[in-house]
Write a protein that binds this ligand. Structure first.
Ligand SMILES: Cc1cc2nc3c(=O)[nH]c(=O)nc-3n(C[C@H](O)[C@H](O)[C@H](O)COP(=O)(O)O)c2cc1C
Length: 492
């Protein structure tokens, strides 16, 4: 099922018992954070706050805070099915697309046809433009203040749409927006983001950069905005492919950008080169407050909204949080993208505790000396994987999702004098321990079994494993000893 808009998705969640309406009046200042985090930590439902202190509009939160809701957002039964779709799409990319075309022409043509039919459709009238005003008052929106020491109310789940002035390609990213005044917002795009790069391009040309901000859209488009979709592919095209129904785009009223026609709220305006204002502190993904820092200012000159819109929010903080759940899903869905460049990667885990960008565990099919190091450096060169501070590489027979097993392999199989690859490079702007912002150290830990070609002069010892025939005999014995079987079934 492809959800046309946020409202349709929320209705379906409610029908499945996966959305709870909160009828008491709740304040967007701190109270929604507390409820949202409690819901998320209980693996609970999405919440819809019907009565919001200080605003006429309802707030939806924790909407994508579980794997089941993310899968449903993409119109799938589970995340595995969604990962399969991405793998199929990747098989289309040249040069493998050409290979696929020769090997499986039927399947390839089907996919090509699908690609064409699912590309975004341009429309001239839209639900999101039913209401509009030039007299923007952001104070009307139920913008959350998430944490006690936040610098101000902040739009936490906006789709920020910008354009590369040289190619005309548009881009969508999720960057929080602190409300500065009735019609100004802090544009918190970190320096490595495509939005920030587009702004540098507009600044070089000495022109104001047009920006559109969507708050609340169909759930597949929200998910796609976060996803590491290769540059050059529109997030809305990707969203159409994922949900199996094209996204309808409508031109903004006052800026040369397009937004999903079924959006809830749209803010139109510009960011002026050279202008900045202090943003933060803000309770961030790290669980710490980000320090106050200057960020560019968005002037909101026009606002449109659909009839009876719902404001979509999320809350960041120390994991588990909604963005951590989204990050885990993205890792799972985009493993095929990594495998396309590194086919030796068998599996990968980015644990939530590592905030997704600090720690990666990768299992590989090792086939030559220093293969683990090749994989580390390739990962550090791959999009947002450049931020990963610790990359642990294990052999293919080690499950990277089993962190106890991983610790066992690291402490036993990695010699700190030989198997640590220490490098310096760009790190995430939110990263805390690096002395200078945006740059710092990274370490790769080769926890694979060592080969003689890697300077390991002794034979690698054999693992002591039980004889499978004995295990089978004991299994048979246990079927006759139910009490013993029961006590032995508990896992430590
Ligand atoms: C809830 C949430 C809030 C986010 N806030 C920010 C933010 O304020 N600034 C930022 O640069 N990235 C933020 N991100 C991460 C980006 O949205 C993400 O990296 C995305 O892939 C956009 O990257 P791109 O602009 O390079 O394509 C946030 C992600 C989530 C899930």
């Amino acid at each position: 099922m492809a959800w046309k808009n946020l409202g349709e998705f929320l209705t379906s969640l409610e029908e499945k018992g996966d959305l709870v309406r909160v009828r008491s009046k709740v304040s967007p200042r701190l109270e929604m954070t507390e409820l949202a985090l409690r819901a998320l930590r209980a693996d609970g439902p999405a919440l819809l706050f019907e009565q919001v202190e200080g605003s006429d509009w309802p707030v939806a939160i924790n909407v994508l805070g579980s794997d089941r809701r993310i899968a449903q957002a993409l119109g799938r039964q589970d995340l595995g099915e969604a990962a399969g779709t991405i793998a199929d799409l990747l098989a289309m990319k040249p040069p493998s697309g050409i290979v696929a075309m020769i090997r499986e022409p039927g399947k390839t043509l089907d996919l090509l046809q699908q690609l064409r039919s699912l590309a975004p459709k341009r429309v001239s009238t839209a639900a999101c433009q039913k209401n509009e005003t030039d007299r923007v008052d952001l104070g009307r929106l139920p913008i959350l203040t998430c944490w006690p020491k936040d610098g101000g109310p902040t739009v936490t789940f906006p789709l920020v749409i910008t354009k590369n002035p040289e190619t005309g390609e548009s881009h969508t990213g999720i960057y929080r927006l602190q409300r500065y005044g009735a019609d100004t917002l802090g544009m918190h795009w970190q320096t490595h983001r495509v939005g920030a790069e587009n702004f540098r391009r507009w600044s070089r040309a000495g022109k104001d950069m047009p920006v559109a901000v969507v708050i609340g859209a169909d759930p597949a488009s929200i998910f796609s905005s976060l996803a590491p979709v290769p540059e050059g592919i529109s997030k809305f095209a990707f969203s159409g492919l994922m949900r199996g129904r094209p996204v309808e785009l409508v031109p903004c009223r006052t800026v040369d950008l397009e937004v999903p026609a079924e959006s809830e709220f749209v803010l139109e305006g510009y960011v002026r080169p050279g202008e900045s204002h202090v943003e933060g502190p803000f309770g961030d993904h790290t669980g710490y407050y980000s320090l106050p820092e200057p960020f560019p200012v968005m002037h909101v000159t026009h606002m449109t909204w659909r009839d009876r819109p719902t404001y979509l929010a999320t809350v960041t903080g120390k994991p588990p949080t909604e963005d951590a759940v989204l990050g885990r899903a993205i890792t799972r869905l985009f493993l095929p993208v990594i495998r396309m460049v590194l086919p030796e990667v068998k599996d990968m885990d980015l644990p939530m505790e590592g905030l997704f960008i600090n720690l990666a565990v990768v299992s590989i099919r090792k086939s030559y000396p220093y293969h683990a190091r090749k994989v580390m450096h390739a990962l550090w060169g791959l999009g947002q994987m450049m931020f990963v501070r610790y990359i642990v590489v294990v052999d293919e027979d080690v499950n990277p999702h089993d962190l106890r097993e991983v610790l066992y392999r690291v402490s036993l199989q990695a010699d700190p004098a030989e198997d640590f690859e220490l490098v310096r490079g760009p790190v995430d702007q939110l990263s805390v321990s690096n002395r200078l912002e945006n740059v710092g150290g990274k370490v790769g830990i080769d926890a694979t079994k060592k080969w003689s070609g890697e300077g390991y002069p002794r034979p690698w010892p054999e693992e002591a494993r039980m004889d499978p025939a004995v295990q089978a005999r004991i299994d048979a014995l246990l079927s006759a000893e139910p009490r013993l079987a029961q006590v032995l079934s508990a896992r430590r």
